[in-house]
Design a protein around this ligand. Structure first.
Ligand SMILES: Cc1cc2nc3c(=O)[nH]c(=O)nc-3n(C[C@H](O)[C@H](O)[C@H](O)COP(=O)(O)OP(=O)(O)OC[C@H]3O[C@@H](n4cnc5c(N)ncnc54)[C@H](O)[C@@H]3O)c2cc1C
Length: 534
């Protein structure tokens, strides 16, 4: 049995990617080395953009059991003074909490449950207890994967594409042949995952304690759970640190003892910043930790991997359909690499704040931060290159590449968040009647790429919601967004990034022509120009 896509690794990124592809109707086979899901968390927080992606997969109903919104992330010095504070909105620009503290095994279980229906429909096959061993690519463009089970049985699987979501020690990355660039930031930290016997309030709830005596992270990690992380000090060995007695002694400083909590696990992780040099070779691709790893201080490693999955899934879908040629997949690495490099840079900047064990250096750091020299925020980074509207070779100014905000809308009798009411995929937003704006050819192009053509109207306008299909901007998100860009139209990609905006029909024609060329799509040509509508 040949699959359209073979996925190696069923961590969160492999899960999200395979669900996305199977939902689009492609047959996906996953091989996962372990028989059972990994029972311990690594990630503890996801951002609003990731929540939006997960909600589009139908996981929103599971959110309350998986996690709880985070309101702030405090960076304090040894004296308890706030050096840096990141406030998070309960409903952020993506329509979901800016940050959610969560239990990773619960998220993976919810994804596995979501996958069950796709497995029952025969679209998704998950082969647990199968370790990928080798790959061969055939002349006719197929891929054959060899895997071995725990009892030594060898199986071969055929597919059209193979994506390695097999984590930081990826074997698929080795098959692609590129190196990994070490971005030069590495420290050992002791992780302690704690289950509290009863609810307790910690102040601050989520913090980096930038105390050079023992840099410490304290965060929520889903209902009833918390994570403490303690940096290994110069001269201290991993063996000394990675002991239950050491864990309890360090936890005791936060008032957590074996009498009121269970230490679910303790382990020492080496945080690293690294990126693979090659994310695609022929029909082999990488996503998630297989392509990049970063220190956890921005809470963005898994979120970056889920962004990879979203970016790759709509492009693979088009290529598999024959609507785009393979060149579209080259934009995957171009877009995601630069985005992830900026995310890693930010994680390292944040890491350099907390990973300080020298008192004088810590004093200089405190002075600089208190003087306002702070790094940016990890939220909502735009795309800056790739398949985006260009003006004379360079990507146009924002909002091109930015994430389109999400708010509640009403259409016909339905009310809810835009993605749930309108749907996902390409979106063409306009303040006007699309029939008066788009030519027949342009409408055909948008139809061919599966775009939702949406006229947005204000709730208090006379005709609000009267015309069938009109979308009422209940949260006043879309009309102010277009007004701020001084735009009449916006084209949004399936991964929520704005392809471009236009102020007149000439710009609209350019936008559509550029999108068509970029998609290398076998769909009707949009008109070159439409002089009567300037
Ligand atoms: C301490 C810590 C804190 C973190 N905090 C955050 C956070 O708050 N927010 C955030 O977004 N990220 C965070 N991260 C990062 C996040 O955990 C990872 O980025 C994420 O888990 C990576 O997911 P993945 O699916 O790419 O890889 P993995 O989760 O590593 O999954 C890879 C899978 O591939 C399988 N596999 C490997 N080799 C083979 C093979 N040969 N054949 C078959 N299967 C194979 C593995 O068994 C595994 O199941 C943190 C990481 C750490 C360590």
């Amino acid at each position: 049995m040949s699959a359209d896509v073979l996925v190696v690794g069923y961590g969160p990124v492999g899960q999200v990617l395979s669900i996305m592809l199977a939902r689009q109707g492609w047959s996906v086979t996953v091989v996962e080395r372990w028989e059972n899901p990994y029972p311990m968390p690594r990630a503890t927080v996801f951002d609003g953009e990731t929540a939006r992606t997960l909600a589009c997969l139908g996981l929103d109903s599971a959110f309350a059991g998986i996690g709880e919104p985070v309101d702030a992330y405090d960076w304090r010095n040894a004296a308890g003074r706030t050096l840096l504070r990141m406030d998070f909105a309960p409903v952020g620009a993506s329509g979901w909490p800016d940050a959610t503290a969560f239990h990773q095994p619960a998220l993976e279980a919810a994804l596995a449950a979501r996958a069950t229906e796709l497995q029952e429909r025969g679209l998704l096959r998950v082969l647990r207890g199968h370790a990928a061993e080798a790959v061969t690519e055939s002349a006719d463009g197929g891929v054959t994967l060899a895997a071995v089970t725990a009892d030594g049985e060898r199986v071969t699987l055929d597919g059209s594409w193979l994506v390695g979501c097999d984590g930081a020690n990826s074997v698929v990355r080795g098959w692609l042949g590129g190196d990994v660039t070490d971005l030069g930031f590495s420290h050992d930290w002791l992780l302690c995952d704690v289950v509290l016997d009863r609810p307790r309030v910690f102040e601050p709830a989520n913090a980096q304690l930038c105390d050079p005596v023992r840099p410490t992270t304290v965060v929520g990690s889903g209902p009833g759970r918390r994570r403490w992380e303690f940096m290994r000090l110069p001269g201290e060995t991993v063996e000394e640190l990675d002991r239950p007695e050491t864990a309890w002694q360090l936890l005791g400083r936060s008032g957590v003892t074996p009498q009121d909590a269970t230490l679910a696990r303790h382990t020492v992780y080496t945080f690293q910043a690294a990126v693979a040099d090659t994310w695609r070779r022929g029909r082999l691709l990488l996503a998630g930790d297989a392509a990049h790893s970063m220190p956890p201080f921005a809470g963005a490693g898994m979120c970056s991997g889920i962004r990879d999955a979203l970016n790759l899934s709509w492009k693979l879908d088009r290529v598999l359909r024959g609507d785009s040629d393979e060149r579209l997949l080259d934009t995957y690495e171009a877009e995601r690499r630069s985005h992830v490099l900026r995310t890693i840079e930010l994680s390292v900047q944040l890491g350099r704040i907390v990973c300080v064990t020298d008192e004088e250096e810590a004093a200089r750091r405190d002075a600089a931060l208190l003087a306002g020299r702070t790094p940016g925020r990890p939220l909502a980074q735009p795309l800056r290159e790739g398949l985006l509207h260009r003006t004379v070779g360079t990507v146009a100014a924002l909002p091109t590449g930015a994430l389109v905000p999400q708010g509640r809308v009403a259409r016909d009798r339905e009310t809810g968040l835009f993605d749930q009411v309108v749907g996902t995929g390409f979106v063409f937003l306009t303040t006007e009647d699309p029939a008066g704006v788009l030519t027949a050819e342009q409408t055909a192009f948008l139809t061919a790429i599966g775009a939702h053509v949406v006229r947005v109207v204000a709730e208090d306008s006379d005709s609000a919601g009267q015309a069938s299909g009109e979308v009422v901007d209940l949260d006043k998100v879309y009309l102010p967004f277009l007004a701020a860009a001084r735009a009449r139209f916006a084209l949004v990609r399936p991964d929520f990034h704005v392809f471009g905006v236009g102020r007149n029909t000439r710009e609209l024609t350019m936008l559509l022509a550029e999108l068509k060329a970029g998609l290398a799509a076998r769909v009707p040509e949009p008109e070159v120009d439409h002089p009567s509508r300037h």
